[in-house]
Design a protein around this ligand. Structure first.
Ligand code: PEP
Length: 242
């Protein structure tokens, strides 16, 4: 399977900048790797119209109803949306999201036919306390806890050490591989029908200089990228188009 690079633009870029990005990116992209982009929900139509697979960075656990301010995964799918990022560490940190609470969002989004990128990862204090692997296992079991997920082939897991997000500090390829191998084993045991094929992305200060050695690791199937997805040239380099 091709490596997958996902840009997480967070709450950056206005409509004009998003348009310019898609035009420049598309003029040079050669499809060596899969490339998806999660923009602000306001601009997803623009991404969809450009032909790039579009994502949102959160969604409701409900498909419609009296939930003021929420974004429906059903409506997003209907308008041509492709994926949703759930459980990003910024959502956990600033909006109080928990793995247990995310379970309902994950189930709804998968049931609506979206690909779900479920983010897990430890803080620096948790790593230093030697809790990384057990904590990630808990995040996987809690977020993915339900029989209805037994056929969740649209599931993708992103390992994003919190201490490496937006900090310029990257996990070494060996550190990342150790965690990815553990995630692979947990997924295989939990979902025997497809767990060995679930894509596992690495996120945390991925950039054109470090991407190839990360992607060379056996269990790293791609990247979830913040800062380096904002400039077309950088994101193209991550997609193998230098
Ligand atoms: C992210 O926000 O998912 C991320 C990995 O950010 P950055 O690449 O900037 O560290």
């Amino acid at each position: 399977m091709k490596k997958l690079m996902v840009g997480n633009w967070k709450m950056n870029k206005n409509g004009k900048e998003a348009q310019q990005f898609t035009e420049e990116f598309n003029s040079k992209f050669t499809d060596k790797r899969d490339a998806w982009i999660a923009s602000q929900a306001l601009f997803v139509k623009l991404i969809i119209n450009s032909g790039i697979k579009a994502g949102i960075q959160n969604c409701s656990e409900h498909v419609n109803g009296a939930y003021t301010g929420e974004v429906s995964p059903r409506s997003f799918k209907e308008m041509g949306g492709h994926f949703v990022i759930l459980g990003h560490s910024e959502r956990r940190q600033y909006f109080g999201e928990t793995s247990k609470g995310l379970n309902a969002k994950i189930r709804t989004a998968l049931a609506e036919g979206l690909e779900v990128i479920y983010c897990v990862g430890e803080t620096l204090a948790e790593r230093e306390a030697g809790q990384t692997l057990s904590l990630i296992e808990d995040q996987l079991h809690q977020g993915l806890n339900d029989q209805s997920l037994a056929n969740a082939t649209n599931l993708i897991v992103a390992y994003e050490p919190v201490w490496a997000i937006g900090t310029g500090k990257t996990a070494s390829p060996a550190q990342a591989q150790e965690v990815h191998a553990h995630i692979r084993n947990v997924l295989k045991a939990k979902f025997p029908a497809f767990g060995d094929k679930t894509r596992i992305l690495y996120g945390g200060s991925v950039n054109p200089a470090n991407v190839e050695e990360l992607l060379a690791q056996k269990d790293i199937d791609g990247g979830l990228v913040g800062g380096a997805s904002l400039k077309p040239a950088d994101f193209l380099a991550l997609c193998g188009d230098r």
